[in-house]
Every structure is written in structure tokens, then in C-alpha cells.
Design a protein around this ligand. Sequence first.
Ligand SMILES: N[C@@H](CCC(=O)N[C@@H](CS)C(=O)NCC(=O)O)C(=O)O
Length: 223
Amino acid sequence: MTDTLELFSAQVCPYAHRSRLALAEKGLAFTLSEIDLADKSQRFLDISPYGKVPVLLHNGRTVYESAIVNEYLNDTFPTPALLPDDPFRRAQARIWIDYFDNKFLDIYYDAMFNKDRAKDAEYREKIETGFRFIENEGMAKLSGDGPYWLGATLSLVDLAYYPFLERLPAWTQHRDIDIPSDCTRLKKWYDIMHALPSVREIANPPEYYIDRYRKYAGIEDAA
Ligand SMILES: N[C@@H](CCC(=O)N[C@@H](CS)C(=O)NCC(=O)O)C(=O)O
């Protein structure tokens, strides 16, 4: 049977971006259904239990939540493998995806949504601490000589992190937040990722995010 794959996605969404990258890295043909998040179609609402993208429709069955969609794709289409074989290394991969989703991103988005300018410096410091944690506790211990998060092979960890870092210019522009200069592994990793064909294929320029995130930064009147 030929697989049918459809991804409900939104260009601005970093979570959907993760799954587009996983599909591309697996070399899978799929239908991309762009959802207007401000005006969701009934078909999407019928399919998406949380009303959020991404949702994958595979042979009529739905899978959602980006980290789970990507594990599902990796389980269902094993080549190329995007998780290590070794259970300990697989656990490390999941720990770092979990850290990003459940710790780092909370602060990252709080910093963008924060309306109290007096707190900007505090958020900046917390995010810089997060970047240094990724650099020193994560990459320095797991990446070896790189170039990827887990070393020589691209993994779901890379695909989980990259879309949010592609959007970093919006944080830099609106909140003066950037990767600290001492996070050399992270910076090098970003450059390698940014040059991957699967990434280049769907990358947006910094201006795209700077513009889209104005409203989240509460500065739409300045446009
Ligand atoms: N935990 C979810 C987050 C997905 C998510 O927040 N998607 C946003 C766009 S970036 C969305 O669809 N928002 C629509 C809404 O909340 O109405 C995942 O990893 O897939």
C-alpha cells in the first residue's frame, strides 16, 4: 500500500517546522496543508483535537504534538535513523528535547510576551543561562566533534531545536536577546544546520520573523 501523508502546518509555527524538516530528512512525499491559525478550517478543527499545528494525517490516522509526530515518523519510516540505536543515547536525545520544550521555551516565550520593560534584563539573563546550559551541559558532553547535537549524525534533537533558533532574530530585534558569544558550539551548530538542504528549502529570512513577532512583542503600533 502506498502511504498517504498530509501535514497540517503553519509557516510561522516552529513546531510545525520541526515536522516539515523530519518529513524532508526522511525524503517522504506529503501534502502540505497550510492552516490560517486566525481562521481555522472546519476540516482542520475536525482533525486536530487541540486545534494546533502540526497534525500529521497518515493513511487516514492522525498524530499530533510535534515531538511525538517526529518520533512517529522515525518509527514508521526508519531510514535514515534520526535517533541513536543505543538506549542510553536515545534517552539523552529525549532529555534534551524535553528540556527545550518544558523548560527553555517557557522562558523564551515569556521574554517575548512580557509587557513589563523593567523585566527585560531579567528574562535576557535567564535565556542566556539556558543557552549556556545547552552549550555546557548538553552539547559539550554529547556532541563530541559535532557537527550535530549528538555528534556525527543528524537527529531529532537538531530538528527540535533548529526552528526556534531560526526565529531568534525576532528576539534579538525586539528583546535584545542573542546566543552569548561564549556559546561557540551552539553558534557553530546553528551555521551547520542553516546550511542543510532540507533547512534551506523552507527557511524564512530574519525579516519574516521580525515582522511576524511584532504583535507578540506588543509593538504592532510601531509598524
Ligand atoms: N506542543 C505543541 C505546540 C503546537 C503549537 O503551539 N502550535 C501553535 C502554533 S506555533 C498553534 O497551532 N496554535 C493555534 C492555537 O493555539 O489556536 C507541539 O509541540 O506540537
